[in-house]
Design a protein around this ligand. Structure first.
Ligand code: 5GP
Ligand code: MN
Length: 342
């Protein structure tokens, strides 16, 4: 755990400030929940806040309280730049290094003259003026709860803040089932329910929001799945053509990789998705047990994340990327074998 200049940050926030809060590119439930949760809290403390996201986020996250106030750096660029220019501090939530916001926004942030405050649970964070980094945390939302507690303000958590934080903890823990879910996570969740988070509604808003096409795309993904039992590995592919066929929208492939990991005996799962817009293959990795997909993604696919959930990318074709992936597996056969806990 790293906690750097917390007292100084507390002091800095003892006067009303202009605050910008940023999540990572392709924001997920934890990025949206943590930024908006922190926004509602800082608003209550008398600060002026603006949440900025690098790009769009899925429909199933648009119901979250405060979502309408979010500005997108790619679409509302001049307003975003203006907010940054006016701000006294920028909070970076749910990512560990500036490149995770994408090139354009990264360039702008690198010119930023005031200080950054990081709250994040990813491994190997870059150095910023104010830092709260803890890789053992289930989610950045859990850390925002802790941050509010360290500020001595748990009593300020209201229904909106509780709803935001509940959502991110829920999505980042796969609905409270990943290893990062501790008894403390559950205690915080219980408190958030007490403070007004309507758990049944939140689950339903996020998980029962499928379009017909999304389910058909899932069907396609599942029928593309390949299993390599000798490496306890399963992987899924989706081509640009298949995405188009089912009217792909942002977020439609969220969580699909977990179906590969749900196969009995599988400890390593991946999904490879052609992304014409970025000219890359976007990859998600998941594992069970000791095998670190963070290390694997870092070593071979220009990515990173957590031990059991990471992402990466490839500039090669889908076909070559798969070949490369398969060629790496024999090196890890023993590790994958040992990762398995029956
Ligand atoms: P997902 O596979 O759901 O996109 O991401 C899984 C985890 O890995 C998330 O915590 C996400 O922030 C991280 N991640 C995804 N893609 C990348 C990447 O390209 N680079 C790094 N460093 N982390 C990533
Ligand atoms: Mn997260």
């Amino acid at each position: 755990m790293i906690l750097k200049h917390f007292t100084e940050l507390q002091e800095f926030l003892s006067e009303p400030r202009n605050v910008v809060i940023i999540g990572h590119r392709n924001p997920d439930g934890d990025a949206i929940g943590s930024t908006l949760g922190l926004k509602h809290y800082l608003d209550k403390k008398g600060h002026k806040t603006q949440v900025l996201m690098p790009n769009e986020y899925p429909d199933f996250l648009h119901w979250i309280p405060g979502s309408k106030t979010v500005k997108r750096f790619d679409r509302q660029n001049s307003q975003s730049v203006k907010a940054l220019r006016k701000s006294d501090i920028v909070f970076l939530l749910d990512f560990n290094a500036l490149h995770r916001v994408g090139n354009d926004m990264q360039n702008t942030l690198e010119q930023y003259e005031n200080d950054f405050a990081l709250i994040d649970h990813h491994q190997q964070p870059d150095d910023f003026m104010y830092m709260y980094s803890d890789t053992s945390m289930s989610s950045t939302c859990q850390m925002v709860y802790n941050f509010i507690e360290m500020m001595g303000d748990v009593e300020l958590i209201d229904k909106d803040i509780a709803t935001c934080l509940y959502t991110g903890i829920m999505t980042d823990t796969g609905s409270f089932r990943f290893r990062s879910t501790t008894s403390t996570t559950h205690r915080i969740i219980a408190d958030l329910i007490d403070k007004g988070a309507e758990n049944d509604r939140i689950h339903s808003n996020v998980h029962d929001a499928n379009s017909y096409n999304r389910l058909l795309l899932l069907g396609q993904a599942l029928s593309n799945m390949k299993v390599l039992p000798e490496y306890k590995t399963a992987f899924i592919t989706l081509t640009e053509e298949e995405k188009k066929k089912f009217n792909y929208e942002k977020g439609d492939t969220e969580g699909v990789v977990n179906y590969a990991l749900s196969l009995k005996g599988i400890v390593f799962a991946a999904i490879f998705i052609e992304d014409e817009e970025q000219g890359i293959v976007k990859i998600s990795f998941r594992s069970k047990g000791k095998f670190s997909v963070n290390q694997f993604a870092r070593n071979y696919f220009n990515g990173g994340g957590h031990d059991n959930a990471a992402g990466g990318r490839s500039d090669d074709s889908l076909e070559n990327t798969i070949e490369r992936f398969k060629s790496l597996l024999p090196t890890y056969q023993k590790e994958l074998e040992d990762s398995y806990e029956a």
